[in-house]
Design a protein around this ligand. Sequence first.
Ligand code: NAD
Length: 291
Amino acid sequence: MVKICCIGAGYVGGPTMAVIALKCPDIEVVVVDISKPRIEAWNSDTLPIYEPGLDDVVKQCRGKNLFFSTDVEKHVAEADIIFVSVNTPTKTRGLGAGKAADLTYWESAARMIADVSKSDKIVVEKSTVPVKTAEAIEKILTHNSKGINYQILSNPEFLAEGTAIEDLFKPDRVLIGGRETPEGRKAVQALKDVYAHWVPEDRILTTNLWSAELSKLAANAFLAQRISSVNAISALCEATGANVSEVAYAVGKDTRIGPKFLNASVGFGGSCFQKDILNLVYICDRRAPRP
Ligand SMILES: NC(=O)c1ccc[n+]([C@@H]2O[C@H](COP(=O)([O-])OP(=O)(O)OC[C@H]3O[C@@H](n4cnc5c(N)ncnc54)[C@H](O)[C@@H]3O)[C@@H](O)[C@H]2O)c1
């Protein structure tokens, strides 16, 4: 039986792993976290987060092939595939403060994986990370690898809070990036086989590592741009007597533009937009500075 362990029982780790467990009864899934109250909540009748449909999914598989535990090291050591879904907030100090992603939690998870592993592992970046993070993680994992082979994959999560279960059941796409080597391709296929239990083949996209890492930040930037644009138009509507809903509807009818994500509002929400865009701007300035 394939064993999956997910480090981080948060908004992404919990629902994503619950859906994998539901759709893949032949796979054992353990979600681990250093937060005892979070794990206790996942094991109770009052889950730590609310998402329509989540209770039902967890009830169907918890205790069968879905487990929540604080015994992080044991389950990491036993797993074949390790998802890392820890938080990656904006840095508050040091180089890049206020813009760059803080990878402290990710790096400490990687060091722990390197310490406790005794067999080959596929390590999956589920957290949203800057492009090229896999290179740094690879260095941590292989620094003292004791002959263990690690394959790092990027598998960013595109779910939206509020529709997480629906998004996971019917994703627009699942993106898997890996090394373009025979071992890398084998690892990509292993993760593809997991999603193929319920996601149609043509919706599982495989790319190189860097494309997958960058696509998540780029997608959020494109979404934010639409909202920023409609908000700017909204101010002009107020000044001129135009109706922003009518304008957005008319604009969205153009098939090149499409109707979604064109609702004017006071700003843009989603827990990740602002931090991801700050991060993308920071990376652009560092790696592809404008003349
Ligand atoms: N929330 C969303 O809608 C969303 C959507 C897509 C992507 N993401 C990205 O996914 C990642 C996770 O987001 P989230 O909202 O699930 O975060 P979260 O804060 O809800 O959960 C992260 C969990 O990781 C745990 N953790 C941190 N370090 C750990 C360690 N070393 N060992 C074990 N557990 C550890 C924390 O205790 C916490 O419970 C972030 O990179 C985020 O940007 C979030």
